[in-house]
Design a protein around this ligand. Structure first.
Ligand code: URA
Length: 253
C-alpha cells in the first residue's frame, strides 16, 4: 500500500475521519433493503411493460415533467399518490443546490428525515457528510441529495413497487432540473431502481452507468457501511471512481 492509498484509507474512516464516534450500531434504523430483498421490487418495475408503468399515471407524469422547482417541491409535499402519504409526518423532497454538479440518490427517508424534512440527517447522513467531505464536497454546496421515495415507508420497510412507480416522476424531474454532471446511487435499492435491473450491488459498483444519459456511479449505502466497516474501502474506491468520472466529464465539456 503506498502512502497515497494509506492517506485515502485514513480518510475513509479506516483512519480518523470516518471513524464512528458514537456506538450507533444498536440505535441504527434498519436500512432494510440493503440486506433484505428489494430485487423483487426493482425487478418488477424493470420487467413491467412500458404501458403498464405509465398508463395509470400518464397525466400526472406529464404534469410533473412541466413543473418548476417550487411547484415540484410543493407537489411532493402535498402528494397523496400512494399510501405513504397517510403514514408520513412530512414528505422529503431533497436538499441542496438546484443546479448542482453532483446528485446523490438514496432510498427513502427514515425516521429522522421524516421528522426533519431533510434527507440523510440521521447517523447514515453523518457518514454521508463525511464521505462527501472526503472528496472535497459539502452538503448544499454544488451537491444535491435526494431519495428515490420522498416519503418514509412505515417501520423503514422496503419501498413497494407501486410506491416507486408513483414517486419516480419526481426524481426524474429533479434530475431534469438539476442537470447534474454525475449521479451517485447510494445502495442497492437506489442503484437497482435507477438502472431498472436487479443485479447485486457487487456487480453494479465499479463501472460507470447512465441514468437519463447522465453518468452514474454506484456505491454502498451509508447505513450499510455503518454496519459493515470492512466495505468502507470499497466505498472509497467508488468515490474515487466518481471523482475520476467527474473530472472526465468536466474535461470533455
Ligand atoms: N436512508 C436513505 O436512503 N435516505 C435517507 O434520507 C435516510 C436514510
Amino acid at each position: 500500500m503506498n502512502a497515497k492509498t494509506d492517506l485515502y484509507l485514513k480518510e475513509m474512516g479506516l483512519g480518523p475521519r470516518w471513524r464512528l464516534r458514537t456506538p450507533v450500531l444498536a440505535a441504527l434504523e434498519p436500512e432494510v433493503s440493503v440486506n433484505a430483498e428489494p430485487q423483487s421490487d426493482a425487478a418488477t418495475i424493470a420487467q413491467a411493460a412500458p404501458e403498464s408503468r405509465a398508463a395509470p399515471a400518464d397525466n400526472r407524469r406529464i404534469a410533473i415533467q412541466g413543473m418548476d422547482w417550487s411547484t415540484l417541491c410543493s407537489d411532493i409535499r402535498t402528494c397523496n399518490a400512494c399510501p405513504l402519504s397517510s403514514t408520513r409526518t412530512q414528505a422529503v423532497p431533497g436538499v441542496g443546490a438546484e443546479r448542482a454538479d453532483w446528485l446523490f440518490v438514496g432510498e427513502a427517508p427514515g425516521a429522522d428525515e421524516d421528522a426533519q424534512g431533510e434527507p440523510f440527517v440521521g447517523q447514515a447522513g453523518k457518514l454521508l457528510d463525511a464521505m462527501l467531505a472526503a472528496i472535497g464536497l459539502k452538503r448544499g454546496d454544488n451537491v444535491y441529495i435526494a431519495n428515490v421515495l420522498k416519503c418514509r415507508p412505515p417501520g423503514n420497510r422496503n419501498p413497494a413497487a407501486e410506491e416507486v412507480m408513483r414517486c419516480e416522476p419526481y426524481l426524474l424531474r429533479q434530475v431534469e432540473l438539476i442537470q447534474p454532471k454525475l449521479i451517485v446511487a447510494l445502495g442497492k435499492f437506489a442503484a437497482q431502481t435507477l438502472l431498472a435491473q436487479d443485479a447485486p450491488i457487487a456487480k453494479l459498483r465499479g463501472s460507470v452507468h447512465r441514468y437519463q444519459g447522465i453518468p452514474m456511479v454506484v456505491t454502498y449505502h451509508p447505513a450499510y457501511l455503518l454496519r459493515t466497516l470492512t466495505d468502507k474501502a470499497k466505498a472509497w474506491q467508488d468515490l474515487c471512481l466518481a471523482v475520476k468520472t467527474m473530472r472526465e466529464v468536466e474535461q470533455a465539456g
